[in-house]
Every structure is written in C-alpha cells, then in structure tokens.
Ligand binder design. Structure first.
Ligand code: FPP
Length: 244
C-alpha cells in the first residue's frame, strides 16, 4: 500500500510547445493534473502526497517564467484555499521559502495555518526546495543542537540525522512518480528517497490523469520491497503475516 507518494511534475513546457502555446499555458494546465492526483490519492487511500513545484535550480529559468510561476502559485493559493480547507487537506510547504516575495510568504503561512487542523490528505508542496539544501539545513540545525549540548555527537546516526530533514514526521515516500520521460531525481528528497520505488513515465505532466495514476500504483503493487533483505526472507515474513 502506498502511504506516501512523491511526484516530480515534469513536461509542462513540452506539452505547451507541442500545442504552439507559451510555456506558461503548460504550467496552468499542470494545475488540472494536480487536481487529478488529489482525487487519485483519495480513491487509492494514500494519506501523504509531496509535490515538487519549484526547485532551488528553477531560479535559473528566464525571469519571465519565474515570475509567471510565482504569480501562478499566489493565484492558485488564493483561489483554492477554501476548497482545500473544505476537503480536509493539510497543506505544508517545504523548502527555503524565505527567498520568496513577502506576499507569497504571507500566503504560504496563511495556507499552512488555515489547514493546520485538518486531518485528511497531508499535502506537502516543495518550493525553492533542493535535496542537498535539505541535508545542509539538517546538518546546520543538528550542529546547533550539539553546540547547545542538546545532542551528544556520539549519538548521531542515520536515524538521529533523519529527525532533522524535512518531512521527518511522516513516513518516507513509498513511491516516486516522475513524468516527462527523464530518468533522474533532480535533487528532490535525496535523503528521503533511499528505499523508494521509482516510477518513470513519458506522460507529460498536464496529461497525467486517473488512468496514468492507476498505472503507477498498479506497478508499485507488483514490486517486492526488500529493504536490504533477500527474497527468501521476505517470503518467510509474509507467510508469517498471512498465518497470523
Ligand atoms: C516542470 O515542467 C514543471 C515546473 C517547474 C512547475 C511545476 C508547477 C506546476 C505543475 C504548478 C503546480 C502548482 C501548485 C500550486 C502545486 P517543465 O517546465 O520543466 O517542462 P519541460 O521539461 O517540458 O520544459
């Protein structure tokens, strides 16, 4: 069962280009695909969803595209917040949000606050996020706790370190979907994806729909997750569960 789904939403630009439209039209169409995914999570009872909306590297895009994306985030939050509240969705942003304009930062805080009491889908949106940034910020916070005597350096292991990265309080992603035909994780959740099943599809993000969603989940359900164990150990463990 997928408890946490993470998605790299790629292919908006190519989708627009193939229709002779500006790239922004692809990003706008991408919002519709986000709605498809929200519905898919409900249908497949997936409690945690993390979307990569804007990477630390996306600042390198043409200025006009960056500001289009920022406006799109602001207007989407403004337009859809009430619906998210109504649907019981808890919204959280991960990434270095301090780099955004004050208005967007304010809307982000407001959206997190307004949905903080919800207990439906936990929706995490990664903005100005990078996996290496995440690991570096975790190291900095951990170092601070060591300096303040709250953590014994001898007690630092992967579990301890993992308490400091983003999303430490939710299960690690079981499944990552990347649309758009590229086979890489592009600095997304580098720490958290250690044991995640990776699903790549050539489908462009704006075309992602229920059918594509089901294909990915069905593929995941056919995978055997071994977490370093042998297939035989896994078979014995699942027999025990079935006989319990
Ligand atoms: C990658 O496609 C997509 C992005 C950088 C932006 C993703 C944002 C959205 C889908 C909007 C979602 C909004 C919210 C509020 C969650 P690309 O432009 O790299 O496509 P290309 O590889 O075809 O050029």
């Amino acid at each position: 069962m997928v408890k946490h789904l993470a998605i790299i939403m790629d292919g908006n630009g190519r989708w627009a280009k193939s229709r002779g439209l500006p790239r922004g039209a692809g990003h706008k169409a991408g919002i519709k695909a986000v709605h498809e995914v929200l519905r898919g999570c409900e249908e497949h009872r997936i409690p945690h969803l993390t979307l990569f909306a804007f990477s630390s590297e996306n600042w390198r895009r043409p200025k006009s595209e960056v500001s289009f994306l920022m406006d799109l985030f602001v207007s989407t939050l403004q337009k859809e917040l009430d619906e998210l509240v109504e649907k019981g969705i808890r919204l959280r942003f991960i990434g270095d949000v301090g780099a955004f304009e004050a208005d967007l930062q304010h809307r982000i805080q407001q959206a997190e606050f307004k949905t903080s009491g919800n207990s439906g889908l936990f929706l995490n949106i990664a903005v100005n996020y990078g996996g290496r940034w995440d690991i570096a910020q975790a190291a900095a916070r951990l170092a601070r706790d060591v300096a303040e005597g709250k953590v014994d350096p001898e007690a630092i292991d992967a579990d301890k370190f993992g308490e400091y990265v983003c999303l430490a309080d939710v299960p690690e992603p079981d499944l990552l979907i990347r649309t758009g035909g590229e086979f890489r994780i592009s600095n997304f959740l580098n720490w958290q994806l250690a044991y995640t099943e990776l699903y790549f599809t050539s489908c462009l993000w704006p075309d992602f729909n229920q059918e594509e969603f089901k294909k990915a989940v069905d593929w995941y359900n056919g995978r055997q997750r071994r977490f370093g164990k042998t297939p035989e150990q896994i078979a014995v463990a699942s027999q025990k569960i079935n006989h319990a």
